[in-house]
Write a protein that binds this ligand. Sequence first.
Ligand SMILES: [Zn+2]
Length: 135
Amino acid sequence: MSENNQNGLAITCVDARLHRYSITPQVAALLGVDNVYVRTLVGPESRILGGEQSVHLQSLRLSMTDLVPLKNIKKVAVIGHCDCAGHPVSDQQHEKDCVSVITVLREFFPELEFVPMIASEAETERPWNVRIIGS
Ligand SMILES: [Zn+2]
């Protein structure tokens, strides 16, 4: 892997349906990067929005503090998904919560470009569809 490759980070759910047929090629295309590193949580929006004392938020911050300089990451996708058992809310609420997650993370990583995304189930056996929220 060339050192000139552009790397991004995806913060998304552990849900197997997102990873059976990986969503990362779509995320890379949407971020405009070559490679996407992945940090998963259960129902990420609910865990990250659990407040400053959230162990999940603290753990995510540590992971990002390690990874961002190590891989020269400049862009981060925050990806909610439909039908999430870990964060069982409407699709519209997922979209709002992804934007709220970015507000939280931007305080700690103001140098990064964050992009909110949502994944929805594909009709056939292929990766879920990922799009930028608001697009
Ligand atoms: Zn989920």
